[in-house]
Write a protein that binds this ligand. Structure first.
Ligand SMILES: CC(C)(COP(=O)(O)OP(=O)(O)OC[C@H]1O[C@@H](n2cnc3c(N)ncnc32)[C@H](O)[C@@H]1OP(=O)(O)O)[C@@H](O)C(=O)NCCC(=O)NCCS
Length: 137
């Protein structure tokens, strides 16, 4: 099947639509619009007019790159689209980052997704650091 890959066009509405196919109630439109605006790189995949996958990279372009919201619509999973998304994200870092500086790309994976990311060379380092969170009331 032919899919269309789009760069930096992902809208807040599309983000929420796709989010809700896997994780239930999505974030607010207002928050998501701001997030899209401040994302370094957005990749989205379409089957015709239907959004079927997305991923984004946040960070500062110099020291920190962080992968967020890698989602393939459930009925399109297992067809190589997740691999395509990671390839696009890492390609963006290779093009935009300063080469030879050993840039680290980070992400937070759910335990059952660790083998997926390991396929692309990501390594878990839970033993060294644990993610800490604070929710602004
Ligand atoms: C995780 C996700 C993005 C993978 O996308 P996908 O399109 O199904 O993955 P692909 O078909 O491109 O798979 C690429 C490779 O990873 C493997 N893989 C995919 N999901 C896997 C998993 N959960 N565990 C182990 N291997 C996995 C595939 O078998 C394939 O291997 P191969 O290339 O050697 O044959 C998709 O399942 C998804 O959107 N899940 C819901 C949202 C989510 O949990 N996102 C990640 C948050 S951490």
């Amino acid at each position: 099947m032919e899919y269309t890959v789009r760069y930096n066009e992902l809208t807040a509405e599309q983000f929420i639509e796709l989010w809700e196919t896997v994780w239930g109630q999505g974030p607010t439109l207002e928050q998501t619009r701001l997030a899209m605006e401040h994302t370094l790189f957005r990749v989205s995949v379409f089957d015709g007019e239907t959004i079927i996958a997305m991923a984004r990279m946040i960070g500062d372009m110099g020291l920190d790159y962080y992968i967020k919201d890698v989602i393939v619509r459930p009925e399109y999973q297992g067809k190589g689209i997740g691999r395509l998304l990671i390839g696009e994200l890492l390609g963006f870092v290779r093009k935009s980052g300063i080469s030879g500086t050993g840039i680290f790309v980070e992400l937070c994976a759910m335990p059952d997704k660790i083998p997926f990311y390991e396929k692309f060379g990501f390594e878990a380092n839970e033993a060294q650091r644990l993610k800490m969170m604070y929710q602004i009331p």
